[in-house]
Design a binder for this molecule. Structure first.
Ligand SMILES: Nc1ncnc2c1ncn2[C@@H]1O[C@H](COP(=O)(O)OP(=O)(O)OP(=O)(O)O)[C@@H](O)[C@H]1O
Length: 400
């Protein structure tokens, strides 16, 4: 049984949210063909039909929009079956002494036992079974065994497991995520997905300066993030000609600003073509030269589409902690050079001037460069945990 959390406050949009969450849960569980998902008004029921509950719960933990969920056992309508099931729940959940109570609800009034009697008798049975583990506390128990006696059976549950929180992916519209191979942008992508944004990844690569493995790394990172979204489109944009031209014609202090302005323009153009509402990136204020407010202003001036930065106010250590939790960190630190690292000047301007950036760009064929980059775009759909890196290749060979 799945509880919706923040959804329940969404008034008349609630139905859309619940439908979307139902779709996302079905997507996350698509390979468990026997599982059935019923997304009702107040709760969602995921009927296992014999499928391993641990495997299903592992997937549910990655679906945004779920606040908590509980494994539920359904048994025949007799007291013996209820005792067996309650015993199983306690065995699974309890390893150290705890307080508990039994709380029964009865919608089937023909059942032979009343709620009070069920509470007492089941409580007594469990105390007998687990004398060293359980003590009754009816006011503030650590564990509540809930029993619901309904027409079609008796349902039992006790454990409450924390879900991923957030909002169902797809309820907040589509955004274009500028995904590098670094630590920050995958974390920013995770946070955007968590607030319900459906993302398409935009990745710039510069062969031969960057390797196939660098591209594969960005794709594999997308596979990690696709766990939270079912699948994610990956858009690779060739960036070599732009970087070479900028390097040749623009003064060194402005190389980075001008390159970033091109990246943003390209992401915006892709957003316009693909109905994206905003651009997301992994910038965190003050982290490096391009991430000062002056720099953000000079770069962002190329568009009036919102540029959203989910990790803007996070410290590096906080970002790393999330990267570890979502299992992107170890991939992000693999030493494959990204297109920006290769062309980063030793001392980029930390306070670039917008007028100068515009002036230097006047020396370039901006439209032609953009058009050719966009012509070379390749798009593919990446699924959860899809692998791309060539495991046999020695990662350090890249550094030689
Ligand atoms: N090759 C790329 N393709 C797509 N987006 C990029 C690329 N390089 C940088 N970006 C975007 O620009 C942001 C800032 O990049 P930069 O390299 O300055 O910072 P960073 O803090 O190292 O970020 P990250 O850890 O995400 O690489 C990235 O978070 C990402 O959103």
């Amino acid at each position: 049984m799945v509880r919706y959390g923040e959804l329940s406050t969404k008034g008349h949009n609630k139905k859309n949210f619940i439908d979307r969450l139902g779709t996302n849960v079905r997507k996350a569980l698509h390979d468990f063909t026997d599982v059935k998902v019923h997304a009702n008004q107040d709760r969602m029921h995921v009927i296992l039909n014999g499928v391993d509950s641990e495997a299903v719960m592992k997937r549910l933990k990655q679906v945004f929009g779920i606040q908590t969920f509980s494994p539920v056992l359904k048994v025949d309508k007799n007291f013996g079956a209820v005792c067996e099931a309650a015993k199983t729940l306690i065995e699974k959940q309890v390893s150290q002494p705890v307080t508990f109570k039994v709380e029964t609800k009865r919608s089937d009034h023909n059942f032979e036992m009343g709620t009070f009697e069920m509470n007492r008798q089941l409580g007594g049975y469990l105390l007998e079974q687990f004398p060293d583990l359980l003590t009754v506390d009816v006011h503030n128990p650590a564990i509540e065994i809930r029993v619901e006696i309904r027409g079609n059976g008796i349902y039992l549950m006790s454990e409450i497991i924390k879900g991923a929180g957030g909002l169902p992916v797809g309820t907040a519209g589509k955004g274009m995520m500028m995904l590098s191979g670094g630590i920050d942008s995958p974390v920013a992508a995770y946070l955007a997905l968590k607030r319900g944004v459906s993302l398409e990844m935009v990745h710039f690569y510069s062969p031969p300066y960057t390797s196939e493995q660098a591209l594969a790394k960005a794709k594999e990172l997308t596979g990690k993030l696709a766990r939270y979204a079912g699948s994610i489109r990956f858009i690779q944009v060739p960036f070599t000609e732009i970087q070479e031209t900028v390097k040749e014609k623009v003064p060194e202090g402005y190389l980075m600003t001008v390159q970033r302005r091109f990246m943003l323009r390209l992401a915006v153009e892709l957003a316009n073509r693909r109905k994206g509402l905003a651009i997301f990136n992994g910038e965190s204020l003050g982290q490096v030269a391009s991430q000062t407010m002056e720099s953000m202003r000079a770069i962002e001036a190329v568009t009036n589409l919102p540029v959203l930065r989910p990790v803007l106010s996070y410290d590096k250590t906080e970002i790393i902690k999330i990267a570890e939790d979502i299992d992107t960190y170890n991939l992000s630190i693999l030493p494959y050079e990204d297109c920006c690292t290769v062309f980063t000047p030793p001392s980029p301007k930390t306070k670039p001037n917008l007028e100068k950036a515009t002036k230097y760009e006047g020396w370039l064929d901006v439209d032609g460069l953009m058009e050719r980059a966009l012509k070379g775009v390749k798009i593919e759909e990446i699924h959860a945990d899809q692998e791309f890196l060539n495991q046999n290749e020695d990662v350090f060979a890249e550094l030689l």
